[in-house]
Design a protein around this ligand. Structure first.
Ligand SMILES: [Zn+2]
Length: 354
């Protein structure tokens, strides 16, 4: 019987981790000191090097403090698993290819997926940016699609023609994509202005042109510092040539194209719960933005997972820093608009639910 991961060299895996983690010199994970003494090898994983920090005296080895530390399975299994995840192979198939049991694989891929999502770089968009949302059918943990009598896995990712919320088991994924650039997607409870505002303000640079479809939720975009162009899908309009130069630039086709990639990406993973959907979609956001596939992607994934975590690379913190002033400004603006709308715009609200 041939075992795939036996063909992969543990020594090379550790070497790769070392050079991605410490491109210049080994550093102590506890205090960043580079006064390090070598301390032989790990007795269980022979290819894993051990060290002692001369400054703080603490011992560590190649994967200490990273997601690859402290596992029963050898590093090569984790690296091979990560490679297969980059190829979008399902947990079930990874278990089969690596001769592991499925629950072990679920634990492994769950940890790796979360690791990638938590460490992925902050996405900032500018220039021409398209925004759109889709609704994904995703139930809660432990409740299979079958119980609800639903046709499983067909139209799991629906077009954005009806509003969903977390409560209806059709959570919206809101997406922003820069034409020719990166994408940022996030699951949200709903697509109300106050929900989307912090996300947009921390992602899209002020002064950018934001293209959306006709929904009212985007009507405040100019107040938020963007130039806003809108295309009306319900009138059968998908792109409009506004300045008459023959290019139809007002559209959200880039975002629509991305949704179809996301739809294909999610397809092999059956019955993704709402709890896990942000992890799968966040993982794909990273893959898409890395613009690499297969073995080239693997280097980016390992690099991301072992890179030193300093405060500037933590997405959530820097997001908060970046957008705080604008969020405060915006919260006031949203509150003002909510009051004025409840006073004078009741009839308009009825047309939206649909
Ligand atoms: Zn130290």
């Amino acid at each position: 019987m041939l075992h795939l991961h036996h063909l992969i060299d543990d020594a090379k895996c550790y070497e790769k981790v070392r050079c991605l983690r410490w491109p210049y010199a080994v550093r102590c994970p506890h205090g960043e000191s580079n006064k390090i003494a070598k301390r032989g090898r790990n007795h269980r994983h022979q290819e894993c090097r051990r060290y002692r920090c001369k400054k703080c005296g603490r011992r560590f080895d190649d994967p200490t403090g990273t997601i690859f530390a402290g596992h029963h399975q050898p590093l090569r299994v984790w690296i091979t698993g990560l490679y297969l995840m980059g190829l979008n192979v399902s947990d079930q198939q990874i278990a089969h290819e690596l001769d592991l049991n499925e629950s072990d694989v679920q634990e492994m891929t769950g940890l790796l997926r979360r690791g990638v999502v938590e460490r992925r770089p902050v996405v900032r968009l500018e220039g021409e940016v398209e925004c759109d949302e889709v609704y994904v059918i995703a139930g809660h943990k432990g409740r299979s699609d079958g119980i609800r009598g639903r046709k499983a896995r067909r139209n799991r990712l629906e077009g954005a023609r009806r509003r969903g919320t977390l409560a209806t088991e059709k959570p919206p994924i809101f997406g922003m994509i820069q034409r020719g650039g990166e994408v940022r997607i996030a699951m949200r409870e709903n697509v109300q202005q106050q929900t989307l505002a912090p996300l947009m303000l921390t992602t899209i640079t002020a002064g950018s042109t934001v293209h959306t479809d006709e929904y009212n939720i985007h009507e405040r975009l100019t107040q938020w510092g963007y130039e806003h162009k809108t295309v009306c899908h319900s009138r059968g309009e998908y792109a409009r040539d506004e300045d008459g130069d023959g290019f139809h630039e007002v559209h959200v086709n880039t975002m629509e194209g991305f949704w179809s990639l996301l739809r294909s990406w999610l397809r092999p993973h059956r019955g993704i719960s709402q709890e896990k959907l942000p992890l799968y979609s966040g993982f794909f956001e990273f893959v898409h933005n890395a613009k690499r596939r297969g073995k080239a992607l693997l280097g980016s994934l390992i690099g991301l997972l072992v890179a030193a975590q300093n405060s500037s690379s933590k997405p959530d913190m820097s997001l908060v820093e970046y957008g705080r002033d604008r969020i405060q400004y915006l919260e006031q603006a949203v509150l003002r608009s909510a009051y004025s709308r409840s006073a004078d715009a009741a009839p308009r609200g009825q047309g939206v639910g649909g």
